[in-house]
Write a protein that binds this ligand. Structure first.
Ligand code: ADE
Length: 254
């Protein structure tokens, strides 16, 4: 996969040389290129922002450097005629694992990191395929959101995470939050690992894990539970939890 990031802070993307993604880049699984928007300015101050038409606080990112930077990305060529262009913004649609999976299927992404009050709308209208928000809070700019996007997307690429099952079991991939995990020692700080995990009974372990995922999701994210695919056994396990809300009908047959 090819990913181009356009930003006024290329230094933000140093962490992409470390960890799983750093290895994936080294191994050629991800071709990540970071571009400095200021290189596409043509004034001595290298200015990328200007006052908003109509007044109001803050500054707006000017269209000319953005058009030039995104055109340069396209003209540089890649694995498709043009990249899917994503703009992180608190006014975008919420980033979910489903959208991450969709983006991971693309051969080429470009992420346009806005700052200040945002990017001139004409840039977004002309170039963006998606406007994506990390959540209902406001960051100082799109760079941290771009880091999140790149990490979430690239870890789904074949070969990036060593153990494909660990990706398949993730919170959100299954529609439920993942339950707790433990490693040695079996007893620590007066706290014991649940006995079932030491039992060697794989069926019982799978059921326990499912029940813990259901319990955690019901407690922390009932909104997810309402959309999850639950069978009659799941509903029976949830019925035992005495939840303060009614359960949905089973979504799948046993
Ligand atoms: N830029 C500023 N806040 C953001 C958010 N919540 N999500 C994505 N990009 C942002």
């Amino acid at each position: 996969m090819r990913v181009d990031v356009v930003t006024i802070f290329p230094e933000f993307f140093g962490p992409l040389d470390v960890s799983l993604l750093g290895k994936a880049r080294e191994r050629g699984l991800v071709d990540l290129r970071v571009h400095d928007l200021r290189e596409r300015t043509d004034d001595v101050h290298r200015s990328v922002d200007d006052a908003p038409f109509g007044g109001g606080p803050g500054m707006v990112m000017k269209p000319e450097p953005w058009y030039a930077a995104l055109q340069a990305v396209v003209d540089g060529g890649g694995p498709a005629p043009r990249p899917r262009v994503v703009v992180p913004t608190p006014s975008g649609r919420l980033l979910t694992q489903a959208l991450v999976e969709e983006l991971a299927a693309e051969p080429w992404l470009a992420i346009a990191c806005g700052r200040y009050e945002g990017i001139d709308r004409r840039v977004v209208d002309a170039w963006a395929d998606d406007e994506v928000s990390l959540g209902d809070y406001v960051l100082a700019g799109g760079e941290v959101a771009a880091l999140v996007l790149v990490e979430a997307v690239t870890r789904l690429l074949p070969g990036v995470v060593g153990n494909a099952e660990s990706v398949a079991d993730d919170s959100h991939t299954t529609g439920l939050l993942e339950g707790p995990v433990y490693t040695r020692p079996a007893s620590y700080d007066g706290r014991d690992v649940p006995a079932v995990l030491l039992s060697g009974d794989h069926g019982a372990i799978a059921r326990w894990r499912r029940d813990e995922a259901l319990r955690r999701t019901a407690t922390l994210r009932p909104d997810l539970l309402m959309r999850a695919r639950l069978d009659a056994r799941d509903l029976a396990a949830l019925a035992g939890l005495d939840l303060p809300f009614p359960l949905p009908p089973p979504a799948v047959a046993d």
